[in-house]
Write a protein that binds this ligand. Structure first.
Ligand code: KG4
Ligand code: ZN
Length: 331
């Protein structure tokens, strides 16, 4: 069964084709970063207009490249939420209409569930149950995944998400959008010990996170500094270290509390090299096995949507003609 995956939840158009036996056949991504960079963040209206221009041509190009025709598609999965309403609508309307015209089923997919299971696209993938650390631009959560479709929230952020913490502090440093990746690049040449930044919630029990205090600390620190190149790198390294420390310690606590020995890290921030290496060391010290998707499957992509859609369609799941989207949708 060939499943077409469509991801249009924010500022990227992700298209992929996943085959139930052969695995991932093709995957393509278009990023609107350049378009939004001049505004310092995503402009929702521009995002949805661009999704309209890109989605259908990208689907046809990907089918062409794969030697497939539209009629070879047996099912369609698109991101239904959470995300930007307008951008989601584009994927939902195109996915539904295409499925209707081809007389195949279509399914609306939960973006965070797709992130959490993106690791299954890798040859080396985990078995259930596992502990999931989900770190994206809008969400930060620790989730116990008992099996496919069974998720228990153990802790989450009370304010900013970790990706937001990266992006907002990057902005305070004068970096272009999207700041997270740029900040982590600067951090490579910085001294993480130069600035002592808070590690919010670390000394409190529980598995919840909070990152807004870190942002405030950086906002108060920046006007007192001369932001030369080295200072920017040092501050970037100090911010990155603070965020990663909090994520690693809380995840370690969750491993201990749940006694789970399998750990998955997912979402855009999981592309961060310091997080990947520090969480690996922590997992080893806990005797746990770590699984993290390749960086391109940590950030938004169509492959995770096609994969999850395929699994759901294989279980016989299908929904009616409802093309509504859910911009806010708890997992
Ligand atoms: O999962 P994702 O691509 O989109 C959402 O669902 O939100 O995550 C995007 C987030 C952004 O906040 C971005 O700055 C962050 O992931 N991010 C990174 C890195 N790459 C992406 N943060 C830190 N280091 C990176 N290398
Ligand atoms: Zn995402």
């Amino acid at each position: 069964m060939h499943v077409l995956g469509i991801e249009t939840s924010c500022d990227e158009t992700g298209i992929a084709i996943y085959h139930s036996d052969k695995g991932l056949i093709a995957n393509d991504l278009y990023s609107q970063t350049e378009m939004h960079a001049r505004y310092g963040g995503v402009v929702p209206e521009l995002s949805s207009r661009d999704q309209i221009l890109k989605t259908l041509p990208m689907i046809d190009t990907l089918l062409d490249k794969s030697g497939l025709k539209r009629t070879d598609i047996n099912g369609i999965a698109y991101t239904r939420g959470p995300g930007l309403a307008g951008a989601l609508h584009v994927g939902a309307m195109i996915g539904r209409s295409l499925a209707y015209s081809l007389r195949v089923p279509a399914l609306g997919i939960h973006h965070l569930e797709a992130h959490l299971l993106a690791v299954m696209l890798e040859v080396d993938s985990p078995t259930f149950p596992f502990l999931g650390l989900l770190v994206s631009g809008g969400h930060t959560a620790l989730i116990r995944v008992d099996q496919f479709g069974q998720y228990h929230l153990l802790g989450e952020t009370l304010d900013d998400a970790s990706g937001e913490a990266f992006d907002k502090t990057a902005r305070l440093l004068g970096l272009a959008y999207p700041g997270g990746r740029l900040l982590s690049e600067l951090a490579q040449s910085g001294d993480a010990d130069r600035f002592k930044l808070p590690r919010p919630m670390l000394n409190r029990p529980g598995l919840d996170f909070s990152f807004s205090g870190l942002k405030t600390a950086v906002a108060q620190l920046v006007p007192t500094l001369t932001l030369d190149d080295q200072t920017k790198c040092d501050l970037a390294a100090s911010v990155q270290a603070a965020i990663v420390d909090v994520l690693v310690v809380k995840t370690q606590r969750a491993l201990n509390q749940t006694a789970l020995k399998t750990l998955v890290v997912a979402g855009g921030v999981a592309a961060n090299q310091l997080l990947r290496s520090n969480i690996k060391s922590m997992a080893e010290s806990e005797g746990a096995r770590l699984y993290v998707p390749r960086p391109a499957f940590c950030t938004d992509n169509g492959a995770m949507v096609a994969y999850l859609g395929c699994q759901r369609l294989l279980t016989g799941e299908s929904d009616d003609m409802d093309a509504s989207v859910l911009p806010r949708w708890p997992l």
